[in-house]
Design a protein around this ligand. Structure first.
Ligand code: NAP
Ligand code: GLV
Length: 309
């Protein structure tokens, strides 16, 4: 039983160690030298070249190394009928919860303003707002969004989520569908984007939707860069409609040196690190799914390519 792995060289060793402990019978083949293509039954990949997966005739499942599968869905030559499985694993979820909570607290506690004051040697208190008066809105209440919502509720924030279908998560106000979007935005002082990138969600954060937020709202962008119309975000920041933003994902990555985001005083830029798949915990999730497939069952967390996530 062979799995072809496409990851960066630094992380390859962790995957090898983890799979050796969990599924010693699984042979790991390197993407650059996979050997006979017909041996390969599973692929664990991030951003494979278009058409490359179609070269393995006996694939039983394609595992995305990340939660997002836009890097796969954009391939017009995916092997037909082979399930694509998104990454759901506790390490990735924990990392996203840490990042979103940290960023929400950063904006909530006016840290952007204090950073400016420090540079200018200004000693000035800004009136503290209790979390119970701050409304956080999470676009996308799936695996990651709902885990972030739960932790933000623990801090006492007023939390709401927006999804395609209505949700019933304790303490989280649910908005759904296009009809619920404006009402959701109007009540979000801190907006977090944790949507998948699909035809429906591309460009969803634009002049109109950013304009529906309360004046001075904060924006935390951790879904995908293409959710955001970047020129509209800049205009909203410059007018004060958006008071501050933490941006982890961008239309073009790495962010080009001439991007105005780098030096904007109301923006925190980080290089797509909000969360990372942790090989030790993720290999367990992949191994469980391989065992399911070997037992004739469908893997868990199959992507619906028509829906786009
Ligand atoms: P998920 O479990 O599939 O959740 C997706 C959520 O988005 C669901 O609640 C879904 O609604 C909602 N949604 C999708 N399309 C929608 C639409 N058109 N209108 C309203 N709601 C819509 O995905 P996940 O595991 O939480 O991951 C979410 C995304 O996070 C990934 O796709 C990836 O892009 C991003 N991500 C980023 C990083 C990073 O480091 N920056 C790391 C991991 C993931 P339903 O529940 O009704 O289906
Ligand atoms: C990272 O961006 C992921 O999709 O897991």
């Amino acid at each position: 039983m062979a799995l072809v792995l496409k990851t960066d060289i630094e992380r390859g060793d962790s995957w090898h160690r983890a799979f050796r402990a969990l599924l010693p019978e699984l042979e790991l083949r390197d993407w650059r030298a996979p050997g006979a293509p017909e041996d390969i039954e599973f692929a664990l990949v991030w951003a494979p070249e278009q058409g490359a997966l179609a070269k393995f005739p006996n694939l039983k499942a394609i595992f995305s190394i990340g939660a997002g599968i836009d890097h796969l869905a954009s391939d017009p030559d995916l092997p037909p009928g082979v399930p694509i499985v998104r990454m759901v694993e506790p390490g990735l979820t924990a990392g996203m919860v840490e990042f979103v909570v940290m960023s929400a607290l950063y904006h909530h506690r006016f840290m952007l303003d204090y950073a400016v004051q420090q540079r200018e040697k200004v000693w000035r208190e800004i009136e503290q707002i209790p979390t119970f008066r701050r409304r956080v809105g999470i676009l996308g209440l799936g695996v990651l969004g709902s885990a972030c919502a739960e932790k933000l509720c623990d801090f006492g924030f007023q939390v709401a989520g927006w999804s395609r279908r209505p949700k019933s998560q304790v303490g989280v106000e649910s908005f759904h569908d296009a009809d619920g979007l404006t009402a959701f935005l109007k009540r979000s002082d801190i907006l977090v984007c944790l949507l998948p990138l699909t035809d429906e969600t591309e460009g969803i954060l634009n002049a109109e939707t950013l304009g529906a937020l309360p004046h001075g709202a904060a924006f935390i962008s951790v879904g995908r860069g293409k959710h955001v119309v970047e020129t509209d975000l800049l205009s909203a920041l410059d007018s004060g409609q958006i008071g501050g933003a933490t941006l982890d994902v961008f239309r073009e990555e790495p962010l080009p040196p001439d991007s105005p985001f780098w030096s904007h005083p109301r923006i925190v830029v980080v290089p797509h690190i909000a969360s990372m798949t942790i090989a030790e915990t993720a290999a367990e999730a992949v191994a469980q799914n391989i065992r399911r497939v070997q037992a004739g069952q469908p893997p868990e967390h199959i992507v619906d390519l028509d829906r786009g996530y």
